[in-house]
Design a binder for this molecule. Structure first.
Ligand SMILES: CC(C)(COP(=O)(O)OP(=O)(O)OC[C@H]1O[C@@H](n2cnc3c(N)ncnc32)[C@H](O)[C@@H]1OP(=O)(O)O)[C@@H](O)C(=O)NCCC(=O)NCCS
Length: 165
């Protein structure tokens, strides 16, 4: 975050008009593809079509007029205070400068403000997701379970977990 102080990194909840910029970040992520963009688009549309306090939350990261990253998170239905981080992504040209960390920290603060008890993150075991796994571990998440070949052969599900509060 400090590295962006001079350039004014701003974090703010997404507006409905941010849909295309969010999909742009996702489609240029170098890890996500069209199926992921469809999924994010559906989640985004649902957020605005059926606004609910326990619906998806979207946080965007801005440098000036450019949306350079986002996170999507929210409470997990049928649990007592368990929240999920569903998506987090920063445009490649802006990585390694503290934006992902700033987004994740703000997600944790918001969840804690809502008395969240736990946060859980699903991610992949492949090398492309090594930065994400490091980001989660640096933020105090622990990989508590690994489901072999969950996504596809050679691509395990890693479930990250952190107690909040
Ligand atoms: C994961 C991601 C959001 C990190 O964003 P970022 O802005 O580059 O991350 P930051 O600069 O805030 O880094 C914070 C910490 O994450 C870890 N990290 C980030 N990039 C890393 C890399 N390339 N290699 C290893 N660790 C890395 C480090 O622990 C880092 O802390 P440090 O700078 O003190 O070493 C970004 O790499 C991304 O968008 N990846 C593609 C999408 C993705 O994988 N999303 C998660 C899917 S579950």
């Amino acid at each position: 975050m400090d590295r962006f102080a001079a350039r004014s990194l701003a974090l703010r909840p997404a507006q409905r008009r941010d849909r295309e910029d969010i999909l742009h970040v996702l489609l240029h992520s170098e890890v996500f593809g069209l199926a992921d963009a469809d999924c994010v688009g559906e989640m985004f549309d649902e957020t605005w079509a059926k606004p609910r306090p326990d619906g998806y939350r979207w946080l965007t990261a801005w440098l000036g007029q450019s949306l350079v990253g986002f996170a999507c998170y929210g409470a997990e239905a049928l649990t007592q205070g368990t929240w999920d981080l569903f998506w987090i992504c920063v445009l490649p040209n802006y990585r390694g400068q503290g934006i992902g960390r700033a987004l994740l920290e703000a997600v944790l603060v918001d969840a804690q403000r809502e008395s969240a008890r736990l946060m859980v993150i699903y991610t992949s075991s492949t090398p492309a997701y090594a930065p994400a796994r490091s980001l989660y571990e640096a933020a105090g998440f622990v990989c508590v379970a690994r489901v072999p070949e969950y996504y596809r052969p050679g691509d395990d599900l890693c479930i990250y977990w952190r107690r909040l509060g």
